[in-house]
Design a protein around this ligand. Structure first.
Ligand code: AHM
Length: 335
């Protein structure tokens, strides 16, 4: 029989690789695992109780908020607050960051950014949704509350990032900058167990993911790229849950695009909560992530908490190909 390695065991084992680690990051990752299990329980029984559907409010980015978004947001905040291993959080569902006032939290080295339930328009129809998180070392004085500058660090400063996919099975995938590993929740024992060791993204894939309904609203270089995929007989797979799309691409290869449109001139997705953590994971798996204006995602300057940016992310050769199309056709458009 293969021996099972749980998420907790794996995290503790990895801590030994960092000789001066204090255990704080280890504890933080474990707390995120606990919050994910609690949210997973509610996602799974969502159809049974009156928790599905749209709540009567909008989030900080102006999107309609689903009830389960609020639940997931509250659970993640309370798990992180009670852990004492996190000085504060910034969530896609909150207008501003939250600084935790209790003594242990205040002196913690880390802050966490997260999207508690990405792809929430899919909740009501039983399609996979996910949680995305990024962890940073705070740069403010550890003797006081955390500050805005802690949350406006570039993606390159992340010390860990991950996502949880609430799908046919529930998976937690994370990186601390030393490769990417995936854990599947075994409901019979209530533990995330190591199921995907050292994930490597294929150099190319046979699918692309983009909301092709916006085709006519994309810039010419992106339209030419999509035409090229069609010429090459690539398949289109778009779930509308970024975590689920990225998860497929990590294993099967491919590219995910969310370019600028007339409605979203800077792209729709949020740099802090979605793009930076997923880019860290994809780069650690050997992939690439850049804006459709060709800046590496993790080097984009974050000027405000809810900043949106465009993205092309996935297999390295396919992101390079996107770059070539942008260089070639945006130059033609300027002539
Ligand atoms: P959300 O945070 O409101 O759920 O929005 C994020 C989601 C992503 O998961 C997904 O890739 C994208 O929005 C889909 O947007 P669109 O419907 O414009 O294609």
């Amino acid at each position: 029989m293969n021996s099972i390695i749980t998420l907790d065991e794996f995290i503790i084992k990895r801590q030994k690789d960092f000789p001066y680690a204090s255990g704080e990051l280890t504890g933080l990752l474990r707390d995120i695992g606990i919050a994910a299990k609690i949210v997973n329980r509610e996602v799974n029984k969502a159809g049974l109780v009156n928790i599905l559907g749209i709540a009567d409010q909008q989030n900080a980015s102006g999107d309609t908020v689903q009830k389960l978004d609020i639940y997931a947001n509250e659970k993640f905040i309370s798990c992180l607050k009670n852990s004492g291993e996190c000085a504060g959080i910034s969530s896609e569902e909150n207008e501003d960051f939250v600084s935790f006032p209790n003594v242990e939290s205040k002196s913690s080295k880390y802050i966490v950014v997260f999207d508690p339930l990405d792809g929430s328009s899919n909740i009501d129809v039983n399609v996979s949704v996910g949680t995305i998180f990024g962890i940073y070392r705070r740069i403010s004085d550890p003797n006081g509350p955390c500050t805005l500058e802690d949350f406006l660090q570039k993606g390159t400063e992340q010390v860990a990032a991950g996502y949880v996919l609430y799908g046919t099975s529930t998976l937690l995938v994370y990186t601390t900058g030393r490769g990417v590993n995936g854990f599947t929740l075994d409901p019979s024992i209530g533990e995330f167990c190591l199921s995907h060791r050292d994930i490597q993204i294929p150099k190319r894939g046979n699918y692309y993911a983009v909301n092709q309904g916006y085709y006519l609203k994309f810039d010419v270089e992106i339209r030419r790229l999509i035409d090229h995929y069609s010429d090459k007989n690539l398949g289109l797979r778009y779930i509308g849950s970024m975590v689920a799309d990225i998860h497929r691409i990590l294993f099967q290869g491919g590219i995910f695009l969310y370019p600028n449109t007339r409605k979203y001139p800077y792209g729709k997705l949020r740099l802090s909560y979605e793009l930076n953590p997923l880019s860290f994971i994809v780069e650690q798996a050997g992939g690439k992530a850049m804006t459709c204006q060709l800046e590496r995602i993790m080097e984009v300057e974050l000027k405000e908490l809810h900043q949106r940016n465009t993205i092309a992310i996935g297999s390295p050769d396919m992101v390079d190909e996107m770059k070539q199309f942008v260089e070639r056709y945006s130059a033609v458009a300027m002539m």
